[in-house]
Design a protein around this ligand. Structure first.
Ligand code: TXA
Ligand code: MG
Length: 346
């Protein structure tokens, strides 16, 4: 069933959706980052349906979403001072914290790990669904495993229609990139997946913070990693993609135009608004990511742009990169993964 809550949430429909969750069904719902496919986190069978619908590898754990910080005590234990500070500061918001799990969280949710990822979304619809379902909701991003995360229902319905019991439309998601995933290791917050909450912001609160492995480079099979998510192929279009970045605009545009020539124009370009007249490609093959000065806008657009580029097809997808700074870290992390680290910096 499709529910349109773009303008207002309908309480009758909210009851229906929450009953589905209580009865072990799975539901697509919006958060401020990306859409999720949710199930009762305490219900193994229901969570299993999420893995089926996404074709998700069983070694990749899910985030458990809460609507109230009091819900944490039921799912996580032995919270340290640093962890508590992070909870106080960044929840609700685009922030996920890995904590030691209680026995109430089934192994399927944590993929057999001793830990559980917890997030409190800052989105009225998500919070309403969690509150009225009365249980924490396990939810990965709404997309087939390996594809870009879903940020609007047009994209999501094409991929997942018929695989879930209900779809709640809250319009385009506000942020467009998934949450920052953090684990505290030896009292230092470690960013396992960058997002809207940046390293600098965490440092301001805790004093120190680091990036984990695999943010800008691929991880080897035998490398020790804290999050299974970085091992898996992600955000990948079907066509080969190449990411290009330079601080020198002339060099950058020259390189892009050379690549276009080499492919006789059979490319798709994901580029910035300021460059659309300077990149020599058919108009419908230029996908505008927004202004190069507006990282928020770019973050919001990249997943949808990657999907669109896939539909257009061609020999190559060329993507303009940004500086790996602030929100640019999360943007570049997603773009690097989408092009399988096929990256040149000039
Ligand atoms: O913004 C978001 O985080 C969205 C919305 C729906 O909340 N959710 C999302 O979930 O992106 P998903 O499943 O697509 O990504 C969760 C990431 C994965 O990389 C997973 O490996 C990691 O979090 N993760 C989950 N539980 C973990 C754990 N216990 N230890 C380490 N990493 C974990
Ligand atoms: Mg995902």
């Amino acid at each position: 069933m499709y529910y349109n809550w773009k303008e207002t949430t309908n309480t009758e429909e909210l009851k229906i959706v929450c009953n589905l969750i209580k009865n072990g069904e799975i539901v697509i719902f919006p958060t401020e980052t990306v859409y999720g496919i949710g199930a009762n986190a305490f219900d193994k069978k229901a969570v299993g349906k999420i893995f089926m619908a996404k074709g998700r590898p069983s070694d990749n754990p899910l985030i458990v979403h809460i609507a109230d910080k009091r819900m944490i005590a039921e799912i996580a234990k032995e919270i340290t001072e640093v962890e508590q500070k992070l909870i106080d500061h960044f929840m609700p918001g685009p922030f996920t914290l890995i904590l030691k799990k209680t026995d109430k969280i089934p192994n399927i949710v944590s993929a057999g790990l001793e830990t559980v990822a917890i997030r409190m979304p800052d989105n009225v619809i998500a919070r309403g669904i969690i509150t009225f379902s009365g249980v924490p909701i396990a939810a990965p991003s709404a997309n087939i495993s390996g594809k870009p995360s879903g940020t609007n229902l047009n994209d999501i319905r094409k991929e997942l229609e018929g695989k879930v019991s209900a779809v709640v439309d809250g319009g385009e998601t506000e942020i467009g990139l998934e949450s920052t995933v953090v684990k505290v290791i030896d009292e230092v917050p470690c960013i396992l997946r960058p997002g809207k909450v940046t390293l600098e912001e965490i440092k301001k609160v805790i004093g120190q913070a680091d990036f984990g492995n695999g943010i800008f480079t691929p991880v080897d099979e035998d490398e020790e990693i804290e999050t299974p998510g970085v091992k898996h192929k992600h955000y990948a279009p079907n066509v080969a993609a190449k990411l290009i970045y330079s601080e020198n605009e002339d060099d950058l545009l020259f390189e892009i135009n050379q690549e276009i020539k080499a492919c006789r124009g059979d490319v798709v370009v994901l580029g910035f608004d300021e460059h659309k007249e300077k990149i020599v490609v058919a108009e419908h093959r230029f996908i505008n990511l927004g202004s190069k000065h507006n990282l928020e806008e770019i973050a919001k657009n990249i997943f949808s742009a990657l999907r669109k580029s896939d539909e257009l097809g061609g020999k190559l997808i060329l993507i303009e990169g940004v500086k790996k700074e602030g929100l640019g870290v999360a943007i570049m992390n997603r773009l690097l993964r989408s092009c399988s680290y096929n990256y040149v910096e000039l």
